[in-house]
Design a protein around this ligand. Sequence first.
Ligand SMILES: [Zn+2]
Length: 187
Amino acid sequence: MGHSRMSPLWMTYEQAVALIAAANQERPQEACGILVGKNEQVEEVISIRNIAADPAHFYRLDDQAFTQALFQTQNKGQTLLAFYHSHPTSDPIPSQEDIRQITYPDIPYVIVGFRKPEPELAAWQIRPGEVKRMPLHIGFHAPPPPPSFSQAQKTAVLLTALIAFVFLIVLSLSLLPPAPVIVTPLP
Ligand SMILES: [Zn+2]
């Protein structure tokens, strides 16, 4: 949980088109599903049956299909990146019901809106009492995740630094002028 900022989502143009096409096919009913992938990059758009009693105005993921999709996702080393659903006649803005029914406050919610002739996609962070639009990059690939050093790499870096330090000391000692010879005057 916590209140960390949600990371942006990245999807290809083809994935966005496929998502919109799938949602368009379900009209006048709402379509729903999940976006899965690695890091912040969507790799697959998985549509899941909408089992809401009134699917023209609400959505509810088929629990069994959702669980199954999550299982397959995990087997492929992917994670659940976002939920998506469509608004067949309205803007891609979370409805009161969308806000009320959220069960995963740390997962972004992507909505496809069909109010305008050009369908719109928007991603949202929905938490109790807090609805924020979040970045959704279409047509780009996510930047590679920052490199994380393994323990062996960390040890190697530390050793290299230590060796360089010791070498510096030896070098500076050898560069010191020779100790003066103290000549004790003869009595
Ligand atoms: Zn909705």
